[in-house]
Design a protein around this ligand. Structure first.
Ligand code: FBP
Length: 549
């Protein structure tokens, strides 16, 4: 098949493994993390396991093993390299191992859709973006019936271990599956790998999820380009919404990389209980200041999940969801958009109704009419950037009439999301993903189950990374989900006391004024000086500074 030049060149790139994984390995058991009694009760067979790491060891002989791999959830750059690392790792430990890929995500395990992954297939996909080698899906592995379907196919194919590559929810389900198979004595190990561009699967043991690095660099390039256009044309304000379902890590990282005039961080909006008006004020302040300095242009970046963190919007969405879920039959019989909007308005509290009527038409319509299959408002489809443009325009118009704004305001909107999810992984993500896959193989060979792969010291050169595993249960907490208390691996939102936000907070005032302080990160570099090509995200550098010895 014809390949682009970059695909051909990237196929030749050899991801760098930590020194400790290159020859024989020795598994070192470390501390055991204290977990709550409730977690121990739910997971008696996979609680109390130690954190482990690999040291360089003697070359050992391992039995061959058949392994299954599943990609779960949204695409993230580097998924193919996890599979390549797993494939090469299994081969490194015993060349008679076999790797099966379940097609289309977790549903492939339940519906018995699979392929045996060959060397040629792996070779075709090395260092490429996308999940197209085996596909992904959002089916949740939750029920015993599904687990039993999984067992059937594992028994049929002689699979003794499953590697689940996913975010917090998929790894939570991997934990439940590991516990179930151990309890039943099925002899099927389960290992997880941290994936999501959103960057919200991180904790003491998981420094970052894969894909975050590449996606942020793609978005930052685009924001930088838009900024360069803005400063050249000097006539538009660009409002950019960035992907990231609920946490604002992507927006924060892109702000650090590009220094836009305004970046809104949902976690701050929630902590300070900022209203939609407060957010509009922050943006309008910058527009006015810049106009006074003769700069009638600028950039505003906002996270996809923002509106769910705005208190009055959160309340409105909840009321809309409750009303439509309970009366969905009646609602589905309504024919015209006006009938539907009228119906929706009647079910709102006075406070929410008063707020709803102030919303621009297009947004009010999206809230009332666009539903997912469960009848819920499709929050991620709401064009927050358009909403903010409309509200800023209204406010600036009023100010112009009062004589307090003398500049010009013309705005354009953008959404950057899918553009970054399947990009060629950066060198960092290529190395990180390959190491995640290779470490999964090592954990499997050592008989471990109920573990997520943990790679530490990620800001150090990759040969110094520390590879190991952390028990799923040691990352579990109890949370209320849809009214039911459940054990889950916690989603980590932006911490307002941590370095990345503090750095942003200390600098944002100077970015907002009339002096132009934009940064233009440019495209991802794969070939050239290591400080340019192998650099990690600024978030990671601020959270885990590397000290040269
Ligand atoms: P994961 O958490 O599964 O990695 O997916 C993250 C994400 O890319 C979000 O940033 C985004 O909101 C969502 O997926 C979009 O998903 P879809 O393409 O399935 O609508």
């Amino acid at each position: 098949m014809k390949k682009s030049l970059i695909e051909f060149e990237r196929g030749l790139y050899k991801p760098k493994l930590p020194e400790t994984l290159r020859f024989g390995v020795e598994l070192q058991k470390r501390e055991t993390v204290e977990v709550a009694d409730e977690i121990k009760d739910i997971f008696p067979h996979t609680s109390g396991l130690p954190v482990v790491r690999f040291l360089r060891g003697e070359e050992k002989k391992y039995e061959p093993i058949n392994v299954g791999v599943i990609l779960s959830g949204g695409q993230a750059p580097g998924g193919h390299n996890v599979i390549a690392g797993l494939f090469d790792g299994l081969n490194h430990f015993n060349s008679r191992c076999r790797l099966y890929g379940f097609i289309g995500g977790p549903s492939g395990l339940i519906d018995h859709q699979y392929i045996e992954i060959s060397f040629d297939q792996v070779d075709e996909c090395r260092n490429t973006g996308g999940f197209d080698m085996i596909g992904s899906g959002r089916t949740k592995l939750e029920t015993e019936e599904q687990f039993e379907k999984g067992r059937e196919i594992c028994e049929k194919l002689g699979i003794k271990a499953l590697v689940i590559i996913g975010g917090d929810d998929s790894n939570t389900n991997a934990c439940v599956l590991a516990e179930y198979y151990k309890r039943k004595g099925y002899n099927i190990q389960v290992v997880g790998c941290p994936k999501t561009i959103d960057g919200d699967l991180k904790n003491e043991y998981i420094e970052t999820s894969f894909g975050f690095d590449t996606a942020c660099k793609v978005y930052s390039e685009l924001i930088g380009n838009v900024q360069r256009d803005a400063i050249s044309a000097k006539k538009y304000w660009h409002f950019v919404r960035l992907m990231g379902r609920s946490a604002s890590h992507i927006t924060l990282e892109c702000a650090l990389q590009t220094q836009p005039n305004v970046a809104i961080i949902s976690e701050e909006v929630s902590a300070k209980k900022m209203s939609l008006n407060d957010i509009v004020d922050v943006i309008v302040d910058s527009v006015v200041k810049r106009a006074e300095g003769g700069q009638n242009f600028g950039t505003v970046i906002v996270p996809e999940g923002l509106i769910e963190f705005v208190p009055e919007m959160k309340k409105l969405i909840k009321e809309l969801n409750d009303a439509l879920v309970s009366d969905s039959e009646e609602y589905s019989k309504l024919r015209t958009d006006d009938d539907k909007r009228y119906y929706v308005m009647q079910s709102l509290s006075r406070e929410s109704r008063d707020f709803y009527v102030t919303l621009p038409n297009k947004i009010a319509k999206q809230l009332a009419l666009d539903r997912d299959p469960h009848g819920n408002v499709q929050v991620s489809k709401i064009e927050t950037e358009e909403l903010l443009i409309e509200l800023c325009t209204q406010k600036l118009k009023r100010m112009a009439e009062e004589g307090t704004f003398k500049g010009k305001f013309s705005a354009l909107s953008h959404f950057f999301g899918y553009e970054g999810r399947c990009s060629y992984p950066t060198n960092f993500d290529s190395n990180y993903c390959y190491t995640l896959g290779f470490t999964s193989a090592a954990l499997i060979m050592e008989g471990m189950t109920g573990y997520m792969v943990s790679i530490k010291h990620l800001t150090a050169p990759s040969d110094q990374w520390i590879a190991g595993g952390v028990p799923f249960t040691s990352m579990m907490t109890l949370e209320k989900r849809k009214g039911v208390v459940k054990p889950v691996i916690r989603k980590t939102l932006v911490d307002l006391d941590d370095e990345p936000f503090s750095f942003f907070e200390a600098h944002r005032a100077e970015w907002a004024d009339a002096t132009n302080t934009y940064l233009y990160p440019g495209p991802i570099q794969y070939y050239g000086p290591t400080e340019l090509c192998d650099a990690t995200t600024i978030t990671l550098q601020l959270e885990h500074p590397y000290h040269h010895s």
